[in-house]
Design a protein around this ligand. Structure first.
Ligand code: SF4
Length: 301
């Protein structure tokens, strides 16, 4: 299968992330494809050489991976604006993958200009550069791998699925359900603290939940960060840092390390939890919280 990886407005964070893929490594994955061009691999052929050969029909395109947001008059390729090149290539591709939050939703560059978009979204609005109704040759819309950056295994998962010819089920925002049906909260080691409303008082500690004071978005962020760990060992919440919701359309937000409160209640509650339910459960949980959870873990006998 022939694969093309292009970049728009990007810090190359998703490239860096994918280079850290383990078991299989980035090399092991990409070696199963015929890579036509990839910014961190190709030196024999330039993108200026490869893109016209696809557009003129001399070369097939099975998988198009795009990293970064797309703006107007910001980047040109083969004498055309990148968004025009992208539209033409996407029509030829069997699968189109938007890699990272910039390619999916516009993300940080999108905050600076209305003209900057993701491939099929601009923040929560469907449309983007390719339009809301776009379908690639496989019949799928853009496969969105949101995240700032996306976990390397998420891209490996999608590429291996494509190679195996198995179906990829997508959620309402085009993200593979196997990866994004979960919340960051699922698998977080701090769940017991969350249940008993024992809050962290400092960043970087092992103890306490980061929801009430430190803006943790784990209970409302679709990602498998605590299920498929980073570098096989960790995640933000495991390291004592709140989830900042980087797989969602509203990332980045302001004051990402603080929880906004209204009359003592977090402004945003965990997905599906009512204010009444939260108040009732919090009161009971706090009253009966085990003393064990209020001590440092290492102080336990
Ligand atoms: S730290 Fe965040 S993800 Fe972990 S239990 Fe608390 S709210 Fe959930």
């Amino acid at each position: 299968m022939k694969l093309l990886w292009l970049q728009g407005l990007t810090c190359s964070g998703n490239t860096q992330s994918f280079l850290c893929a383990e078991d299989p490594s980035a090399d092991e994955i990409l070696n199963r494809f015929e890579v036509l061009f990839c910014p961190f691999l190709s030196w024999e052929r330039s993108e200026e050489e490869v893109v016209p050969s696809i557009l003129e029909g001399q070369e097939e395109l099975d998988v198009l991976i795009f990293e970064g947001a797309v703006g107007k008059n910001l980047r040109r390729l083969c004498g055309m604006e990148m968004r025009k090149v992208l539209k033409k290539l996407a029509k030829k591709a069997h699968y189109v993958i938007a890699l990272g939050n910039c390619a999916v939703f516009g993300n940080i560059p999108g905050k600076y200009s209305q003209e900057v978009k993701g491939l099929q979204y601009r923040f929560k609005h469907r449309g983007g550069v390719l339009g809301g109704n776009f379908r690639s040759g496989s019949g799928l819309p853009v496969i969105n791998l949101s995240g700032c950056p996306a976990h390397p295994s998420w891209l490996s998962y999608v590429l291996l699925k494509i190679l195996s010819g198995r179906d990829i089920e997508l959620d309402s925002m085009g993200r593979p359900k196997e990866l994004y049906a979960y919340l960051t909260h699922h698998g977080c080691l701090r769940n017991e603290y969350f249940e008993w409303k024992v809050e962290a008082t400092e960043l970087g500690r092992k103890e306490g939940c980061l929801f009430y004071y430190f803006g943790c978005r784990g209970p409302m962020t679709h990602s498998s960060c605590n299920r498929i760990l980073w570098n096989g060992v960790s995640s933000k919440t495991r390291a004592g840092m709140p989830c900042v919701g980087c797989t969602e359309y509203d990332f980045p937000r302001e004051n990402m390390l603080e929880t906004e409160h209204v009359m003592g209640l977090p402004e945003e509650l965990p997905l599906g939890v009512s204010k009444r339910g939260y108040i009732l459960l919090s009161g009971v949980a706090k009253t009966f919280a085990p003393e064990r959870l209020k001590k440092r873990l290492m102080d336990e006998d």
